[in-house]
Design a protein around this ligand. Sequence first.
Ligand code: FES
Length: 105
Amino acid sequence: PTVTYICPDGELEEVEVPVGTSIMKAAVSHGIESIVGDCGGSASCATCHVYVESHLEKLPPKSSNEDEMLGDAASEVLPNSRLGCQLVMRDDLASLVVRVAPEQW
Ligand code: FES
């Protein structure tokens, strides 16, 4: 399944994300530098903040931990804010679109 990342500079990056891989990990391994992923994916840094622009209703709800970490995010937190490391690709999330938060630190 592919994910489209809308980078803060307006560039669109289409990345093939294997099922079971988080959209943070896929972005980092494709060199999308606007996603940092400093903690390696344990929901403890909030440097993988994205705004989900499609399929929002299909995503699993935020854990209390994710919700708490988003409170520390550098960019404005919106109702569609999520931590990219907590969004794990599934087949039914094909063509997911996420906008990368402008500031991660
Ligand atoms: Fe640290 Fe997602 S990578 S919270």
